[in-house]
Design a protein around this ligand. Structure first.
Ligand code: HEM
Length: 228
């Protein structure tokens, strides 16, 4: 039995509503933290709770963003791509809050201690590297920047999301001292998402070879016969 993508193909209006609903859902973790802080219900160590919760949500949004393409391929729901940018930007939004809570609530802007931390604690070094690598992706996420860079260069730049995912999971893995079960689950999900991409890329190459076509740039193919 084949899945029929037309079963759910939202109109532009429905998609706009879906985007609005998604925006609200994406803000819920923050609302929950605000509510908890207001009602003093974030546990014995609220600062740790806030920093960790924001870190978890950064990782969740990174993985959800990476799930969009495989889900689109499996279901045929091309409109899913229209939600990807928002999800990616939420990953960035939460990492900015996560970093801010570390710099402000955890370290009180003690730059000497922060520098030492970044240089001496591998999990902080990894977190900082992931954050720095996310900066250019967030800065180039709008349509104007896609046009300015050109699709090919933009795509190449945005492929660093895979490396960011690996560093982010490593950051989590390294900070957990004993029970690595949860970072292990994140690592397995990330591994699966990356493996699927590798398999699809391999299959695409095979198809192009079999059909006498060779990719010249992503999304465009030129028959070998036409190549000089
Ligand atoms: C893409 C970037 C990042 C991701 C995905 C991420 C993710 C995470 C996750 C999942 C946790 C653990 C949450 C838990 O235990 O439930 C965490 C904790 C933490 N992260 Fe990040 N993080 C990132 C960047 C950073 C940066 C830039 C810093 C600071 C320079 C940082 C500092 C911390 C600290 C201090 C903790 C808490 C450690 C503790 O309480 O023992 N992270 N992060």
């Amino acid at each position: 039995m084949r899945f029929d993508a037309r079963l759910f193909n939202p109109s532009p209006r429905a998609l706009a509503l879906l985007k609005g609903a998604l925006l609200v859902v994406c803000l819920l973790p923050l609302v929950r933290l605000g509510w908890g802080a207001w009602h003093d219900s974030l546990g014995a160590n609220p600062i740790e709770f806030i920093t960790r919760s924001l870190g978890t949500w950064t990782l969740n949004f990174l993985l959800v963003t990476l799930t969009v393409t495989p889900l689109r391929k499996v279901t045929g729901w091309t409109w899913l791509t229209r939600l990807r940018r928002m999800l990616g930007l939420f990953a960035f939004f939460y990492v900015v809050l996560h970093l801010s809570s570390y710099l402000w609530l955890d370290q009180f802007f003690d730059w000497t201690a922060i520098t030492k931390d970044i240089l001496k604690r591998p999990f902080i070094t990894a977190g900082m590297s992931a954050f720095l690598l996310l900066l250019p992706l967030a800065a180039t996420s709008n349509k104007a920047m896609i046009r300015r860079l050109g699709g090919r260069r933009w795509q190449a730049l945005h492929r660093s999301i895979y490396v960011i995912g690996i560093i982010a999971v490593t950051h989590y893995w390294w900070l957990v001292k004993k029970d690595v079960a949860l970072p292990g689950v994140y690592a397995a999900i990330l591994g699966l998402l990356l493996l699927l991409r590798l398999i699809w890329r391999y299959e695409e190459r095979q198809k192009q070879r079999a059909g006498g076509y060779q990719a010249s740039r992503p999304g465009r193919v030129i028959p070998i016969a036409l190549k000089r």
